[in-house]
Write a protein that binds this ligand. Sequence first.
Ligand code: FAD
Ligand code: MG
Length: 353
Amino acid sequence: MKKFFWQLIGVIMLVPVLFLVGCGQSETQELRRVDTAMGTVVQQTVYVMGKNDRKNSLTGDILELIRKLEEETLSWRLETSETFQINTYAGSGKWVELSKELSQILEQCQKLTEDSGGAFDVALGPVARLWDIDSWAAGQRTGSFQVPGEQELTDALIQSGMGQVQIQFLPGEECADIYLEDGAALDFGAVGKGLALDEISNYLESDGHITGAVVSVGGSVLTYGEKPDGTAWRVGIADPGDPSVNMGILTLTGQWYISTSGDYERYVESGGVRYHHILDPGTGYPADSGLSSVTVLAENGLLSDGLSTACYVLGRERGMALAQLYGAEALFVEKDGEIYMTPGIEDLFRPVD
Ligand code: FAD
Ligand code: MG
């Protein structure tokens, strides 16, 4: 619960930043809303132009998009989701047809696995469930946390990874077939929030009355359009040493997808050691690449979220190369507090004194 509390505080700390400039034009209405979904805080500020009958339901519709994505497609916990259902076929010897949506998501995730040399891997489910750090961090588990034993970790690693999954697109088909080896399990935790931003962005675009918005789903943020007064969006980057304060501000105009992965977000401590939730698929242990956090700005939410996880596992030098391969910008905070960034982010970032 403690970690969730800090996450909540981190998001709430953003609020004054986001509201630094109010909207003065009477024809534009500002809608704000804070909820929880995908096990995290969802915060919306949406600017709507003119008389719009759907004003009242708009932020509710956006929240519903996130919940629907979780309940129908991505959750590995809820029986209602496609991911949960697909995972039940592991070891059955059967090929299963995926929806068009999940086929496209998996195809992009598979490419990111290849490009990251396996640092990012949505088939890491068996190892992630063994640690279950998200549940510990959210206070959903009681008793004392035990570090997994060597043998059970080795067994979980054998069942993990895209090597345990086959995906096949038949010529001309939009929906792929999938085959999971015994014990394999998909876990979209590393891209779910980014995927939610992609859906939200499509929704904002299709509405026609929304002039600007900033939506955060945990550590992933979408900026869209403009503020009524024309000033830039300001997105805070939490200080990994004290996530209740921002260590810097990104000043952005227009549409951006920004995701942060860090060791301070979800973790459990045992014997004076912090075990966080970003796992190294090579070792099965929490990644130890010398970083405290990585923030990535990319062309879509799947990439910003996926790349921030991958870059965290890879560390600064290899992470920087991966971000640049995708034309993304990245900001790395090392454990000693040193900050490194790709050239394109230098003009956008200002440290907080
Ligand atoms: P990221 O770095 O983006 O992702 C880390 C997560 O990805 C890990 O938690 C693990 O699941 C997975 N992962 C770890 N290492 C790797 C790797 N190397 N490659 C690929 N994947 C990796 N939390 C709750 O407490 N309760 C909930 O009910 C709940 N439901 C959720 C439902 C959905 C659909 C999603 C997407 C998330 C949900 N969460 C829930 C949150 C989830 O458990 C993770 O904590 C969250 O997705 C992590 O996001 P992040 O941006 O902090 O970290
Ligand atoms: Mg991620």
